[in-house]
Design a binder for this molecule. Structure first.
Ligand SMILES: [Zn+2]
Length: 46
């Protein structure tokens, strides 16, 4: 099904720290980045 892909992405949204943000302390994706920019943005993987 088509929506399975987006569901998967949604599920993994902000469940890992952003590699760009960790590396350079900044990220081109800003607030809309799919990765977390800090522990406060991390979501539970459930
Ligand atoms: Zn980012």
């Amino acid at each position: 099904m088509f929506w399975n892909k987006s569901n998967k992405k949604e599920r993994e949204y902000k469940t890992e720290l952003c590699p760009y943000y960790l590396g350079a302390n900044s990220c081109v994706n800003g607030e809309s980045c799919e990765f977390a920019h800090g522990g406060h943005e991390l979501r539970d993987k459930k």
